[in-house]
Design a protein around this ligand. Structure first.
Ligand code: Z5A
Length: 212
């Protein structure tokens, strides 16, 4: 156990299209890190349990209608309401594996036609991830997995558009994993990348803020 007093947790974000495997892989990562004695929690955005999260959930399931700007700001608010808890967890040495974050916020809203800079603005000041892993899958392949449910964004044409915005947002620091591989292969690659990141955060590197 190399968890010592000044060690902080790592903020690790998984991004990717719907059905790319984020949920499956974050579960596996958490078991792995716990198994080697590293404190870790699995988080996801939207967090549908908060008051804001309930509004988002109703919107996604088409039970309510909202203006595109309004829902964008709610997604962002849903991250802001978790910011201080997130920071406290990291400071206390717990790593967070987060299924979707600001990049989903910007990619999905921009794909609807909102200005990308406008979309980034409310994210400024949120905690910057130590690592972003993009689970890369062609939208057509993702659509074949289990089939889309009835949620608002689960449509092939829209997912193709989202993929383009993810590309615009990505930079050289992102780790891209081919998400069409068998789950075990994706898992193996993820573990290596994530372990490196967790270790690098234990050396006192401070948490920075979006948007770089
Ligand atoms: N959204 C937004 O607009 N703005 C924001 O700020 C945020 C989100 C944060 C809800 O997200 C929607 O909100 C989402 C973006 C938008 N809309 N869309 N699309 P969510 O997190 O609630 O839902 P999701 O992440 O899109 O869906 P998901 O179904 O949870 O996908 P996933 O986690 O990436 O995949 P999975 O559940 O792990 O796997 C899906 C299926 O594929 C399942 O049957 C697996 O067994 C299978 N699978 C997974 N990996 C493999 C491999 N490697 N091979 C074969 N089969 C696999």
């Amino acid at each position: 156990n190399n968890h010592h007093s000044d060690a902080r947790g790592a903020l690790i974000v998984l991004e990717g299209l719907d059905r790319s495997g984020k949920t499956s892989q974050s579960g596996r990562l958490v078991s792995y890190l716990n198994g080697i004695g590293h404190p870790v929690e699995s988080w996801r955005f939207p967090d549908r349990d908060t008051a804001v999260g309930k509004m988002i959930s109703a919107y996604l399931s088409n039970e309510s209608q909202l203006d595109d700007h309004t829902i964008h700001l709610l997604f962002s608010a849903n991250r802001w309401e978790k910011r201080s808890l997130m920071e406290a967890k990291l400071k206390s040495g717990t790593s967070l594996i987060v299924d979707r974050y600001s990049y989903s916020g910007v990619a999905f809203s921009s794909a609807k036609g909102l200005d990308i800079e406008w979309c980034k603005a409310p994210e400024v000041g949120l905690l910057a991830p130590d690592l972003v892993v993009y689970l890369d899958i062609p939208p057509e392949k993702a659509a074949e997995r289990g089939g889309y449910g009835g949620e608002r964004y689960e449509k092939l044409e829209f997912q193709k558009n989202v993929a383009q915005y993810y590309k615009k947002l990505s930079d050289a620091s992102w780790k891209i994993i081919d998400a069409c591989q068998p789950m075990e292969d994706v898992e193996k690659q993820l573990k290596e990348i994530v372990l490196d990141c967790v270790k690098s955060c234990q050396n006192g590197k401070s948490v920075s803020q979006l948007w770089l």
